[in-house]
Design a protein around this ligand. Structure first.
Ligand code: MG
Length: 373
């Protein structure tokens, strides 16, 4: 067992699982959570789900699976340096996107719009629903029966109204308290990962150019130092040299600033972490630079007309399917028809959210194309 600080989440002191189980052999409670997540169906499907690019656009782009692995890698580095539970950070990182719809944020927005009259759809809540209810693998319970700390970390944000219906994982939103440091780390590791890989994928796809990026301070600064060390570098290799330096700067800054914050507040336990302000944070300069990068990506990549075209198609696919199933639930596969008996719109949302990009495209064709069966 690595040396954990007093403020770390300790697996022996976990608040436990909803269904009690004998302790695991040869691994900790959080390692067991991580292992259950890796073996889940929803985790395997992350391979064919995307954030920005539709999966069939090319094999070189990040999928939610590779994204989740990058988040876990960054999260573990930070957790180890701050002497908190690496296994818990890893479990949260690997599970954080399990509830995502096909077609990234567009899919989420489209499904949310369809679900508006029926309580809405939110991918964070859906990730929790996947691990609490939808995975059906164990005889004794529905879901994966994860520890409180992993579930708390998966539920990154949530409205007050919903929080009140969620029992113990909702409490912190009502009481305005922080989650564990491990959850805070996974959250910022997510941000580091997607900003950098979206930039990298944006360049690779040709939607972004190096000239455009020279206006983004954090990128320009690191490209300059890369060129100073390797004056003849160009193309993809220059991009990699630059991006890896950016990631290193962000991780180093996050560790330094968070260690400072922890020293200042000196939490003696995880309970004190929950009552303190958010302790995992970037320093002011890097935070501002990250903000600029995000802004740049929003304007130049996420709103690029070619991305907008994909998004428009994705929106149509999700909405068409939702309304077809709502008009006639008998079109649903049998297991979802059984669920639909209790709550038809929620069963449809569960079905659609669980689809991969390519499955959604295929299912849409099966529902609407006259010439095929
Ligand atoms: Mg993510």
């Amino acid at each position: 067992m690595p040396d954990l600080a007093s403020y770390a989440a300790r697996p022996q002191r976990s608040r436990g699982r909803r269904h009690s189980e004998p302790p695991p052999h040869g691994r900790s409670e959080y390692q067991r959570d991580r292992d259950r997540i890796i073996h889940s169906t929803a985790f395997r499907r992350l391979e064919y789900k995307t954030q920005v690019f539709v999966n069939h656009e090319g094999d070189l782009f990040r999928t939610r699976l590779t994204h989740s692995l990058e988040v876990a890698q960054i999260g573990r580095s930070v957790a180890r340096n701050l002497k908190v539970a690496e296994d818990l950070t890893e479990a949260i990182a690997l599970a954080h996107d399990l509830g995502h719809t096909p077609f990234g944020h567009t899919g989420q927005d489209a499904l949310n719009a369809c679900m508006k009259p029926f309580g809405g759809f939110e991918h964070n809540l859906q990730s929790l629903r996947v691990v609490d209810v939808l995975e059906q693998r164990y005889g004794a319970f529905d879901g994966l029966n994860l520890t409180f700390e992993t579930r708390e970390g998966i539920l990154k944000h949530c409205s007050l109204k919903t929080a009140r219906t969620l029992g113990e994982v909702g409490e912190r939103f009502v009481e305005k308290r922080q989650p564990s440091l491990e959850a805070q780390i996974a959250n910022l590791a997510d941000e580091i990962a997607y900003n950098n890989h979206d930039l990298d994928d944006g360049l690779r796809s040709g939607l972004l150019t190096l000239e455009q990026l020279s206006e983004v301070r954090i990128f320009a600064r690191h490209m300059r130092t890369a060129l100073k060390d390797f004056p003849h570098l160009n193309g993809r290799r220059l991009v990699h040299e630059t991006v890896r330096r950016m990631i290193d700067t962000l991780i180093t800054d996050l560790i330094r600033q968070s260690a400072d914050n922890i020293r200042k507040h000196a939490p003696a336990s995880i309970e004190e972490v929950r009552q303190a302000p958010a302790l995992i944070a970037f320093g002011e300069k890097i935070r501002a630079e990250q903000q600029k990068l995000k802004q740049f990506l929003r304007l130049n990549l996420y709103q690029h007309y070619r991305v907008a075209r994909m998004s428009a198609k994705a929106r149509r696919i999700v909405a068409d399917m939702f309304h077809a199933f709502l008009a006639d639930p008998h079109l649903l596969p049998p297991e979802f028809q059984a669920r639909a008996a209790d709550d038809t719109p929620r069963a449809i949302a569960d079905y659609v959210a669980g689809m991969t990009d390519r499955y959604a495209i295929l299912e849409h064709r099966r529902l609407f194309a006259i010439e095929e069966t």
